[in-house]
Design a protein around this ligand. Structure first.
Ligand code: ADP
Ligand code: MG
Length: 691
């Protein structure tokens, strides 16, 4: 149950004065549904204004507060799209125009009647010969209290909201802040000189007081770390089984290559973890093509040698299939029983897999999230491997962990290159193995950046490439989502490109995108993997894992729209065999300096970790963690700089609290529970109650 002290904060926004049904939508769009959301809706920036006596003492571009007397209204001519202007003069008779465009003009008439004086706040600009203030921020009869405020917050808005409106709601929310007990460790609080929680929130809406912002960011990081630690503690409480394999199965593997040093080291680390009763919680980080699969296979074989089952969870159907095929081939000489379970297995087939899992005849399972539905029960699940960890939430991780009679060991794998400084935020307390060495003999992928305008040339290049007997990928962006639905314009663009290339290359072309029915998607993929189709047009569904060594050319349209991490992963689809590979980034004409720098970085290096670090430096990496995939580490308050500066201390503070009071029952523990609710990480608290 949510602590009572939080009730005023969790009240719906409708309980605020002035929030009616009409404003609910725009507020909801900003994610502001409860009073606390408004309190945490921090200003994007502040404008500082200067009160000026007359227009002569103000300069263009300046934010001013000035008393003006309206002399004339000029409405736009009927049918014209011109602005609505109110001409007004200062005490010296200098004239300036208050200007409104579009629907905003309706309110203007009433706000400044001819002959009356008003206090106007806004940015002074010039339009031709005339000084003007476009869409004044405030117009007041008298110099009301907040007109006198010279530094003023600017909030993120959505259609239907105005700055004064939202400022008013925020003010009401702040007036309702309860006194909450302190969750930050007293020593830390004293050292940093931070204000209390309520004071920090108020200050953060008033100005750019770094201490206030730092405190709030720290709170968020602390909540995140605590929640991750609670998950870990839960795993520890449920103890696992110590798994020691005799090596018999591993000895029968006939790999066509020798393991790299990094692979051998990672396997040894995993083997060490699995031999402990405490369940393993290890992250295997390795760039695309670093060879994570064979590491996973070794871990799974250890579990089977120890008489347990192992499951591998893949993020998509296509990847599950590919993993299944790869593992089955490698397992050939070992005699291990492996099965594939996806959402599409139905009837008899599904029944027999479920039976095999329950009686233990199936030793390894590969699949999508279907493998942890309630109806799937294992005889004795000893290890779970999760590929592309970032796509799965903590809740799913927990659901899986609850499957076995004892908590299974968990190995998470990711190719998403995350800078070191952010690993802790995303993966918390996981132990990390890094595959920082690629298998030998990999060829560098030549990367080119060319303007989209040279499309015809590009198509001719693809034609020559296909004629040489090799295959190619052609990727169209599907980056945008509107309210969680892929942008139809992007789908249309991919389909149009497909139609155009099909005209040129005929049946050699296949199309794959997320909106296709799974059967069609798989049929297309299979034709490409078998080599029957030569050119695969795709949206980012091919992003992870697909392995076709004969595909040696990757064309990416509108490359500037992709995140660098995504581009890096896409590029990793080629260069998988011994043939020389190329990646062509087609770019739009109007590219910012930043955009150019980002694409240049792609051309310069193939080191995913370096790309991640530099992208972080270039643009402050919202997208590092993936545009939409920011998932668990997506902070709302803490920015990247703060995350890097404060995370370690917050994490240490969280760990200390957990060591002293793992059940969160001390006064500070109770306060920490409140914090977890505030940042919607109360799944951490739920775990406690389950005990
Ligand atoms: P990842 O999942 O890390 O992107 P994969 O496990 O799919 O990479 O491996 C990429 C390719 O490299 C596969 O074709 C695999 O057989 C091969 N490979 C893996 N390890 C080695 C190695 N030590 N030496 C040579 N090739 C390897
Ligand atoms: Mg892989």
């Amino acid at each position: 149950m949510r602590p009572e002290a939080l009730n005023p904060l969790f009240a719906e926004v409708q309980t605020l004065e002035g929030v009616g049904p009409k404003l609910m939508k725009p507020l909801e769009k900003l994610g502001l549904t409860r009073v606390k959301d408004l309190a945490y809706h921090l200003p994007e920036r502040f404008v500082s204004r200067r009160a000026v006596a007359d227009l002569d003492s103000a300069s263009e571009g300046e934010q001013v507060i000035i008393a003006l007397n309206a002399i004339e209204h000029r409405a736009p001519r009927a049918g014209s799209r011109g602005p609505y202007r109110v001409l007004a003069q200062d005490t010296k008779g200098n004239v300036c125009s208050l200007t409104w465009f579009g629907r905003a003009a309706y309110s203007a008439k009433k706000l400044v009647p001819v002959g009356e004086t008003r206090w106007v706040a806004g940015r002074l600009d010039r339009y031709g010969d005339m000084l003007q203030i476009v869409h004044p921020d405030h117009i007041e009869e008298a110099s009301a209290a907040h007109m006198g405020r010279l530094s003023e917050p600017v909030y993120r808005l959505s259609e239907g909201l105005t700055q004064p409106r939202i400022a008013d709601f925020v003010e009401q929310a702040l007036a309702r802040l309860p006194e909450l007990p302190e969750w930050i460790e007293p020593g830390q609080l004293a050292r940093s000189g931070w204000p209390t929680w309520a004071a920090a929130l108020r200050l953060a809406h008033e100005g750019t007081e770094p201490k206030a912002h730092d405190r709030l960011a720290y709170d968020e990081l602390l909540a995140n770390s605590l929640a991750l630690l609670l998950v870990k503690a839960e795993g520890r409480r449920r103890r696992g089984a110590a798994l020691v394999g005799d090596g018999a199965l591993r000895a029968r593997l006939q790999l066509p290559f020798a393991l790299t040093g990094a692979q051998a080291r990672s396997i040894a680390e995993i083997e060490g973890d699995m031999a402990q009763e405490a369940p393993m919680l290890r992250l295997l980080q390795g760039d695309v093509g670093a060879g994570k699969t064979v590491v996973a296979l070794n871990a799974m074989l250890i579990a089977v040698e120890a008489g347990k089952q192992a499951a591998l969870l893949a993020p998509t159907e296509i990847l599950a299939r590919q993993h299944f095929e790869t593992l089955r081939k490698m397992l050939g000489p070992t005699g291990v029983e492996i099965a594939l379970l996806t959402g599409r297995a139905k009837g008899r087939e599904r029944e027999s897999i479920l039976m095999g899992l329950l009686n233990g005849s199936i030793q390894m399972l590969v699949g999508t999230h279907a493998i942890f539905q309630d109806t799937v029960n294992y005889r004795d699940l000893g290890l779970v491997v999760i590929d592309e960890q970032h796509r799965f939430g903590v809740a799913q991780r927990l659901a899986l962990a609850a499957k076995g009679r004892r908590a299974p060991h968990t190995l998470a794998m990711t190719a998403t290159p995350i800078p070191r400084s952010l690993t802790l935020a995303q993966y918390g307390e996981m132990d990390v193995s890094r595959l920082d060495e690629l298998p030998p003999g990999r060829q560098a992928i030549e990367t080119l950046v060319i303007p989209q305008a040279r499309m015809e040339e590009m198509v001719a290049g693809v034609e020559r490439h296909l004629a040489s007997g090799q295959q190619a990928y052609w990727v169209c962006p599907m980056v945008r989502e509107i309210d969680g639905v892929p942008d139809l314009a992007d789908i249309a663009a991919a389909e149009a490109r497909y139609a155009a290339l099909k005209e040129r290359f005929g049946d050699a072309v296949v199309l794959v995108h997320g909106q296709l029915r799974p059967e069609m998607k798989d049929a297309a993929m299979e034709r490409f993997v078998s080599g029957e189709a030569r050119l695969l047009i795709a949206t980012t569904v091919i992003e992870v894992g697909v392995d076709v060594p004969n595909a040696t050319l990757m064309v990416i349209e509108q490359a500037e729209r992709f995140g660098l991490a995504q581009l890096h992963q896409l590029r990793g689809r080629v260069g998988r065999g011994s043939l020389k590979s190329r990646c062509v980034l087609l770019r739009g004409d109007a590219l910012s300096e930043m955009g150019k720098a980002r694409l240049a970085l792609m051309r310069e290096t193939q080191d995913g970790f370096r790309i991640a670090e530099e992208d972080l430096a270039l643009r402050g990496g919202g997208e590092l963690l993936g545009t939409r995939q920011s998932g668990e580490a997506g902070f709302r308050i803490a920015d990247l700089e703060q995350t890097q500066r404060l995370l370690e201390t917050a994490h240490a503070d969280a760990r200390l609290l957990m060591e002293r009071d793992g059940g969160l029952t001390s006064p500070r523990g109770e306060a920490a529970r409140i914090l977890l609710y505030l940042f919607e990480r109360d799944w951490g608290v739920q775990l406690l109650r389950g005990g």
